[in-house]
Design a protein. Structure first.
Length: 242
């Protein structure tokens, strides 16, 4: 049993050589399985903004982009002994990334933006997680500054009648510390339209965050590791476009 609510809204502006593309995603969902009770399966707030000025080439732009993302509620790691450990909370983490760059934009469904001088702030406002040094902050600190390169790509295509796929990729490398440890966030969404109001969707999100410290038990001993994270969502719901 599951219940999910997602708001996905695009608001774009174009005048002459200037364009301004914005996307807001707010999602929350819970699911229940035998023996586990209710647990959240989706929790995200994402704001993307891309300001572009077209070059002499038709598809290339000079850009300045901004990305912000966090979550609404606390997240837990559920242990085998029935206990749970706090691993995230509202604004813990919250990521704010921005910087100048250039983009290839074929249309609204296919674009790649590269910023070779991107600033990234990671905020951890929860005291417990801050004291652990979660998400790369120094123990007891509430934010982390990074300067590096980012890549943001988006591709959406129709693969059959009333069926489409959406790909979202984000990557970041910090010049200041271990640039080989690349943050990666890839999302694949599948949308199937049943009728005007009902849709069925499925998705998977893959995250590799070298700075994340996720508590695990190793032979009964608590440890923290950077683990490859996978999230899957499947559901049906009502859609209203405006």
């Amino acid at each position: 049993m599951a219940a999910n609510l997602v708001l996905d809204y695009d608001f774009n502006y174009k005048k002459g050589k200037w364009s301004w593309d914005n996307k807001a995603i707010a999602g929350y969902g819970i699911s229940k399985q035998n023996g586990t009770g209710w647990r959240k399966n989706d929790d995200r707030l994402i704001l993307n903004s891309l300001l572009g000025y077209q070059t002499d080439s038709k598809y290339w732009l000079y850009t300045f982009y901004t990305n912000f993302q966090t979550q609404f509620t606390k997240g837990y790691n559920y242990n085998a002994d029935g206990t749970r450990t706090l691993i995230s909370a509202p604004f813990a983490p919250a990521y704010l990334t921005f910087g100048p760059g250039f983009a290839y934009k074929k249309n609204d469904n296919f674009r790649i933006n590269i910023s070779p001088a991107a600033i990234k702030y990671t905020f951890v406002t929860n005291d417990s997680l801050s004291n652990l040094g979660s998400f790369g902050v120094a123990p007891g600190e509430k934010h982390l500054f990074q300067f590096g390169a980012s890549l943001d790509a988006y591709y959406k295509a129709n693969i059959a009648t009333n069926i489409s796929i959406e790909n979202i990729l984000k990557m970041y490398s910090d010049y200041l510390k271990q640039p080989q440890n690349i943050y990666l966030d890839y999302t694949l969404n599948l949308f199937m339209k049943v009728n005007k109001f009902v849709t069925v969707n499925g998705g998977v999100e893959l995250i590799n965050d070298p700075l994340a410290k996720i508590p695990v038990l190793n032979n009964g001993v608590p440890e923290t590791h950077s683990l490859f994270q996978v999230k899957q969502i499947f559901g049906a719901g009502l859609t209203y476009k405006f």
